[in-house]
Design a protein around this ligand. Structure first.
Ligand SMILES: [Zn+2]
Ligand SMILES: [Zn+2]
Length: 244
């Protein structure tokens, strides 16, 4: 079964995310875009995953709770989990590793937690766009211990990518990689041998509703379940894929 996905979306809980990136708006835009599956991946938090998971379930959209973790090296890695419970347990490990810097909403933007009606039910006080103290080489094993999968994001970008932070893409245990839409795939493959034949994910990294991507990139999966996505991205079987 072909799964049309967007596994890198920010909500209004990311300070850089638009305030209308609420659970219902994200799910409805994903459906309008013809997607079968999305992940919510706010910076260093899973706080809007419970509401979004419920809204997605009621809409029949496959949802993976996630986080875009900023590692100690300032490398961004998307972490996806099979359940909200697993994501929140992972978040409980990450939260104490963030520097205790308070968000300044007037400078960085609001960090809003929503309920299933898109109503604000709180804000996150600690600034979420800082670097955790988790080293990037610890991430794949740590995320797998919560039943999840992790992939380095936008590795063709010159900032906040594993390649920018480390100067290379060493064998760290990631079995999938995210490249932006403008990346030259052949150039990236030649530059980073570690890419090999790994699935090259294309996600939107949407911070605005209109940036959630249209159905295009896909994975061919035996079942449309979070576990099938996670197994595929962990390299547990060879997955057919296309960047659309
Ligand atoms: Zn990022
Ligand atoms: Zn992002």
């Amino acid at each position: 079964m072909k799964l049309y996905y967007d596994f890198h979306i920010h909500s209004c809980l990311s300070p850089c995310g638009d305030e209308d990136m609420t659970p219902n708006n994200i799910v409805n835009m994903a459906l309008l875009s013809g997607l079968n599956a999305i992940a919510l991946t706010d910076h260093n938090t899973c706080g809007n995953c419970p509401a979004t998971a419920q809204v997605a379930a009621e809409a029949g959209l496959l949802f993976l709770p996630g986080m875009e973790l900023c590692t100690a090296e300032e490398a961004h890695v998307v972490c996806l989990f099979p359940t909200v419970e697993a994501a929140l347990a992972f978040e409980a490990v990450i939260a104490p590793t963030l520097p205790p810097i308070r968000n300044r909403a007037d400078v960085f933007g609001e960090q809003v937690i929503c309920n299933t009606l898109d109503e604000p039910i709180g804000t996150q006080d600690i600034l979420l766009t800082t670097a955790s103290s988790i080293s990037v080489d610890a991430v794949p094993t740590l995320v797998r211990s919560f039943g999840g999968t992790a992939f380095p994001t936008h590795i063709d970008r010159p900032s906040y990518s594993v390649t920018a932070a480390l100067g290379d893409l060493p064998p760290l245990g990631f079995e999938a990689v995210e490249l932006t839409a403008t990346a030259d795939v052949d150039t990236m493959r030649a530059r980073y041998r570690e890419i090999g034949t790994k699935p090259l994910l294309l996600n939107s990294d949407a911070h605005r509703l209109e940036d959630i991507q249209e159905a295009g990139p896909w994975l061919e999966l035996p079942a449309l379940t979070p576990t099938a996505v996670i197994d595929a991205l962990n390299g547990n079987f060879t997955v057919e894929w296309s960047r659309g």
